[in-house]
Design a protein around this ligand. Structure first.
Ligand SMILES: Nc1nc2c(ncn2[C@@H]2O[C@H](COP(=O)(O)OP(=O)(O)OP(=O)(O)O)[C@@H](O)[C@H]2O)c(=O)[nH]1
Ligand SMILES: [Mg+2]
Length: 345
């Protein structure tokens, strides 16, 4: 173990009473027992910015690590209104009716400033929000997307330890948050609408390239014929991309959250890819790679924070920024001067 847990526990014992925190073992047992209240408290703990909370959360996650990893992790993205929440509700109900435990997490870039929209989603996911086999957690709030992503990864591990077999991570398809989600899931599902045009959907080529599968939503009523055309178009478009490292070819399916047609096909595609990745050993390799990536992100995040919150750097930065604007020093040289000064500190 790299972290001295006994010290952590001791420190935490001092403070948990004051802040209503539980001892490490209560979180640990509660989560292994699948207690939703304790799970929520543990996720809140991991989102806390207090250093003693962070120490306790880190110790908890390390202790739970052997009980994590046993889920199918699915990222779900698509522009606002494409039908993400309705799809999750429809597929989620099918899964819980088969007795599967499902956790729904979110990465919502807008929640960096305000509370995320997934809180509103709880009302849109009416049936799942009262389903004992489902657990819905709004997006973490943090100053940076990296911070939100980090907290979501921790929440995912905590949910896995609590016995959730399927994890959905929902994100709004408008920017970088997709890259963050892609970096923490086994299957990245892109929801698209028929007939809306790529520009209108704001979906960038890069996001389509990341997708392991596309589901064309709202394929019901008059929309069915347009959805079929869209399916052919997206299938062709996907063929233009180079094959993924794993050798998996993304599929395109139609579905409707209203009629429930095709919902099962989307799930079967996810299961098929899962089996494919496990058979060619890519499944574990991908997760290992994601873990290394996670560690690197935290290192970079921490170094950046320390650098920019350093008082000496703060004062030097102001002066050197002026010199850059006046072209007295090149940006590269300025960066080197600041870094050298920081490293000497
Ligand atoms: N006809 C039809 N309407 C649907 C379907 N799925 C969703 N809708 C409607 O589309 C609208 C948006 O659905 P949501 O599930 O809230 O979409 P979302 O992608 O979660 O939206 P945001 O959370 O705002 O990004 C709602 O009015 C739904 O009733 C579908 O399969 N068929
Ligand atoms: Mg939604």
């Amino acid at each position: 173990m790299y972290l001295n847990h006994s010290v952590v526990t001791f420190n935490c014992t001092m403070s948990y009473k004051r802040k209503n925190r539980l001892p490490l073992d209560s979180y640990f047992q509660g989560i292994l027992n699948g207690d939703k209240v304790i799970l929520s408290q543990a996720i809140t703990l991991s989102e806390s910015t207090l250093s003693e909370d962070q120490e306790l959360a880190t110790a908890l996650i390390d202790k739970l690590l052997p009980h994590t990893g046993n889920s199918i992790r699915v990222g779900i993205t698509g522009v606002p209104g494409v039908g993400k929440s309705s799809f999750i509700e429809a597929l989620g109900k099918q899964l819980t009716s088969q007795g599967k435990k499902l956790a729904i997490l979110a990465i919502d870039p807008s929640s960096q400033k305000s509370k995320g929209s997934i809180l509103g989603d709880k009302t849109r996911m009416e049936q799942l929000s009262t389903d004992s086999l489902a657990y819905i957690r709004p997006s973490a709030t943090h100053d940076t997307l990296g911070g939100v992503a980090n907290k979501t990864r921790e929440a995912m591990l905590l949910c896995e330890a609590a016995g959730y077999e399927v994890i959905f991570i929902e994100t709004v398809g408008v920017g970088q948050s997709e890259v963050a989600v892609k970096g923490m899931v086994d299957f990245f599902l892109l929801l698209m609408l028929a007939g809306a045009g790529d520009e209108l959907q704001g979906i960038k080529k890069g996001i389509m390239e990341m997708a392991d599968g596309i589901a064309i939503t709202k394929a019901d009523g008059d929309n069915i014929k347009y959805s079929k055309i869209a399916k052919a178009e997206y299938t062709n478009a996907l063929h233009l991309f180079p094959p993924s490292y794993s050798g998996w070819y993304p599929e395109v399916h139609l579905c409707s959250s209203v009629t429930k047609d095709g919902i099962e096909n989307v799930w079967n595609m996810i299961l098929k890819q899962n089996k494919f990745l496990k058979e060619n050993d890519f499944f574990n390799a991908n997760r290992e790679e994601q873990n290394l990536q996670w560690m690197n992100e935290i290192i970079i995040d921490q170094l950046k924070n320390r650098f920019y919150s350093n008082d000496d750097i703060k004062s030097k930065l102001q002066l050197i920024e002026k010199d850059i604007r006046e072209r007295k020093i090149s940006p590269k040289n300025a960066a080197m001067v600041l870094l050298q000064s920081y490293l000497k500190n």
